[in-house]
Design a protein around this ligand. Structure first.
Ligand code: LLP
Length: 419
């Protein structure tokens, strides 16, 4: 459910007609609906309220915009971060450092130090080596780092290979059968307070059973580790719940997810931690674009839009589908290929797609672009960095400026010896 609806034949974000935003900000531009964001944050939070002890850490990578983080901070979300840059954003949004979980397979010593100084609530360790390094750094600073150990449960998440993270061949976590030994050794180190396990098997999961299988494995490991006399008080169950990208698709609902977790974790007696990203932000945004021209093609016309793979990378990277709708549909349909202006064939949003008929100058949106949209944008082909707008009822604001190529050029230097 979202708040992007047609009123009088014109697509609106809440009470704002999208052409009004395009006229002032230009295109392409991401448009977020605050009401949708708040709604998703609450539905997810309220669904998990059936569990005894819960900590929610929004996966900042899915949408790190400061205004988005502000809204989620007000809804009581902590943050799951994977870099010092993401941590700084979470703190700038007012999320308490104690509610920040630092994940990521390659935390540097400098990042560990900064996070410790800031009072970061938990590090999710990806290896024994990382745990030893964190322990040394914290000990030298006279601090104790709170941590969990990320396990690789070797479960197939059934999602796109590039966003699968829980199979033995993936780089994440420690091998399941070595985890108990590593847990014991790390628990003995001064400077480290190892308090639990973490896992995350992948993103855009269409079914709950791979998650359930992974949680069951994690639960048995938790019991084995406790049986050896070590404390396990926190279990970080990651993120990964998928969302529908095509009208009519059915995905697990937060209450079904919560019911499955309640069943699997019954009797665990641990704080359950979550790192949701897409399920909170996916539906909260669209990418608003203008049709540059419609070019005749061998099989189908090419609809060339002014958004490209640098603005929305998901179709090029993961063959992802994003519904495409005209802002002012005229009632007729066409079959077309939708592409951006970038000079490579991967800059393709859709092939042979049945869409609203569009012509040069028409506005259109790619839907469900609130997660892994702007955050993955870049400036390939020396295009601008795409701006972001947030709508709240009848008002709206630019929440990230368009960064012009001239600004980026101004950060480049020609060494003397090339002059
Ligand atoms: N926790 C960890 C440790 C993660 O690596 C991720 C996502 C999440 C939580 C959040 O997962 P979510 O709830 O959003 O599924 N760029 C890709 C998605 C990459 C996800 C990376 N990790 C895409 O556009 O589909």
């Amino acid at each position: 459910m979202d708040h992007f609806e047609y009123r009088g034949g014109v697509l609106h974000a809440e009470d704002v007609p999208l052409p009004a935003i395009a006229a002032e900000v230009g295109t392409p531009v991401y448009v977020y609906s605050r009401a949708t964001l708040t709604r998703h944050a609450r539905v997810f939070r309220d669904a998990l309220a059936v569990l005894p002890k819960v900590h929610l850490a929004f996966a900042v990578k899915s949408n790190p915009n400061l205004a988005v983080l502000k809204v989620l901070a007000a809804e009581g979300y902590g943050a799951d971060v994977v870099s010092a840059g993401e941590m700084d954003r979470a703190l700038a949004a007012g999320i308490p450092a104690a509610d920040v979980v630092f994940s990521g397979v390659g935390k540097t010593a400098a990042e560990m130090r900064r996070a410790l100084e800031a009072g970061c609530g938990q590090f999710n360790l990806e290896s024994e080596e990382e745990g030893q390094e964190l322990a040394e750094i914290a000990h030298a600073m006279g601090l104790t780092a709170t941590a969990t150990l990320r396990i690789n449960p070797d479960v197939d998440a059934g999602t796109h290979a590039k966003i699968s993270t829980g199979k033995a061949e993936n780089k994440f976590g420690v091998p399941f059968d070595r985890a108990a030994g590593i847990y014991g050794r790390l628990s003995a180190l001064p400077g480290l307070n190892l308090r639990g396990l973490a896992l995350h098997i992948g993103s855009q999961l269409a079914r709950l059973d791979p998650l359930e299988a992974a949680f069951i494995k994690a639960g048995s490991l938790m019991r084995a580790i406790r049986a050896e006399g070590f404390a396990v008080t926190h279990m970080d169950l990651g993120g990964g719940v998928g969302v529908p990208y095509r009208a009519g698709e059915v995905y697990p609902q937060p209450d079904e997810y919560a019911a499955m977790i309640a069943r699997v974790t019954d009797g665990w007696d641990a704080t359950l931690m979550f790192e949701p990203g897409r399920v909170i932000t996916g539906n909260t945004g669209v990418l608003l674009t203008e049709v540059v021209r419609v070019k005749a093609g061998a099989l189908h016309p090419w609809v060339v839009v002014d958004a490209a793979m640098n603005d929305l990378a998901r179709p090029a990277m993961y063959d992802a589908w994003h519904d495409f709708s005209a802002v002012k549909p005229g009632g007729t349909r066409m079959t077309a290929n939708i592409v951006g202006p970038i000079c490579e064939s991967s800059d393709t949003f859709a092939m042979a797609r049945d869409i609203d008929t569009v012509a040069r100058g028409d506005l259109a949106v790619f839907r469900t672009a609130g997660a892994y949209g702007a955050t993955m944008a870049n400036t390939y082909n020396s295009r601008p960095m795409v701006p972001e707008v947030m709508v709240d009822g009848g008002r709206w604001a630019v929440v990230a400026d368009r960064i012009e190529p001239a600004t980026i050029l101004s950060a480049e230097r020609v060494p003397e010896w090339l002059e």
